[in-house]
Design a binder for this molecule. Structure first.
Ligand code: ZN
Ligand code: ZN
Length: 383
């Protein structure tokens, strides 16, 4: 199928200026966007791709002049047609997308889903966006209880300060890479038997930037990007549980070509505590008490994450009883003023009698009217 003339696609004159090209594209993109269009999704998607392709060429003065001279051959997108990789490479289209669809590139959900719907999934971010990074941090339960603030060091890629990310030394200039025609990617055709697969690869001559620097910056060797150990102030709120993830927007690596930065994900591991067990915001503590404490009751001090507190053991407490210390559990991570409880699980620890206590236990045994007899219990059960 012959390709339509790009000017015709956008409905503009051959001599149209940049502004009218942008205006025409924006109007058509709104009209034919598959999420907004009245047309069938297939038709809308086809049209949308067509106008996006036309816009990519005509909005780029270099591609436009190649197109004006050589027609479609001058800016061939190849047999596979228009690809998202090529599309997303151009910054101002992404900007336009941001305006059109109410989100900035790299903003996650909204844009990503539109991109994947349009271009069949997979790549949900513009391809010059920097990498997301992950940092694992292990806290003990007490740190999770109070929250922490500390400085961490993240090895990441930053935009080179010397050249402002351009990769060019003072007086040097960036020229469009000839190998990939400024696309930053090259097509690779592989033949396997009868099957031919076409894949794209980052252009090695320009490292995917689309530009070649004649006098490269010394600090970044022309890449525009340097590896740094970035110190970041990390704040984990009180109440973080094991597996808690914190997203720090724009603290990931810088993208090539001054692309948007990726995000940094902090993943929290919380160590098991020796005596406190955690269930969400509740804390469980197993506590041994003596038979006399159980019978007579007592007032003792027990540990909590906030320090020792007084606990009243009521007279007649049984093994397995749970005594609750309200508000002595973990703070809720979203509402730290709300805290769980500490639950003290009682276990009556029976001591071996010694020379001093044996006599007393024997006295008690004689007096003990509640001593349950096995035969009594049998009678209760079977009538
Ligand atoms: Zn290249
Ligand atoms: Zn540099």
């Amino acid at each position: 199928m012959a390709k339509r003339d790009y000017y015709e696609v956008l409905g503009i004159e051959k001599g149209a200026d940049e502004r009218s090209i942008k205006k025409a594209y924006r109007k058509l993109a709104r009209k034919h966007h598959p999420d907004a269009s009245d047309e069938s999704p297939e038709v809308a998607e086809k049209k949308f791709k067509e106008i996006s392709e036309a816009y990519e060429v005509l909005a780029d003065s270099e591609k436009r002049s190649r197109y004006d001279q050589f027609g479609h051959d001058g800016v061939d997108f190849g047999g596979g047609g228009f690809s998202w990789d090529q599309f997303s490479h151009q910054g101002d289209i992404s900007d336009l997308f941001g305006q059109l669809f109410g989100g900035r590139q790299g903003g996650g959900g909204g844009m990503g889903s539109i991109f994947s719907q349009l271009f069949g999934g997979g790549q949900s971010q513009p391809n010059n966006r920097g990498n997301d990074l992950r940092y694992d941090i292990t806290l003990d339960l007490k740190e999770a209880f109070t929250g922490i603030e500390k400085e961490i060091t993240i090895p990441r890629e930053d935009s080179c300060k010397t050249c402002n990310g351009s990769g060019a030394a003072k007086g040097g200039t960036a020229k469009t890479c000839v190998t990939c025609a400024g696309q930053g990617i090259v097509r690779k055709v592989m033949q396997r038997g009868f099957m031919q697969t076409v894949s794209t690869d980052t252009c090695s001559d320009c490292r995917g930037t689309g530009n070649v620097i004649d006098k490269p910056c010394k600090d970044c060797k022309g890449s525009g990007i340097v590896s740094v150990d970035k110190k970041i102030k990390l704040k984990i709120p009180a109440g973080a549980d094991d597996g808690y993830r914190l997203r720090m927007r724009g603290q990931g690596s810088a993208g090539p070509n001054n692309g948007p930065k990726g995000d940094l994900y902090i993943v929290v591991n919380v160590k098991r505590h020796d005596i406190f067990q955690r269930q969400d915001n509740e804390i469980i503590l197993d506590l041994d008490i003596s038979p006399s404490q159980a019978v007579l009751g007592d007032s003792i001090r027990v540990p909590t994450l906030a320090g020792n507190v007084k606990l009243s053991i009521p007279s007649g407490t049984q093994s397995g009883d749970v005594l609750r210390l309200k508000g002595k559990g973990m703070p809720d991570i979203t509402r730290p003023s709300i805290k769980g409880s500490q639950h003290v699980r009682i276990n009556i620890k029976v001591p071996k009698p010694n020379g001093k206590t044996r006599k007393l236990w024997e006295e008690l045994k004689k007096l003990d009217s509640t001593k349950p007899s096995f035969l009594d219990r049998m009678r209760d059960t079977f009538g």
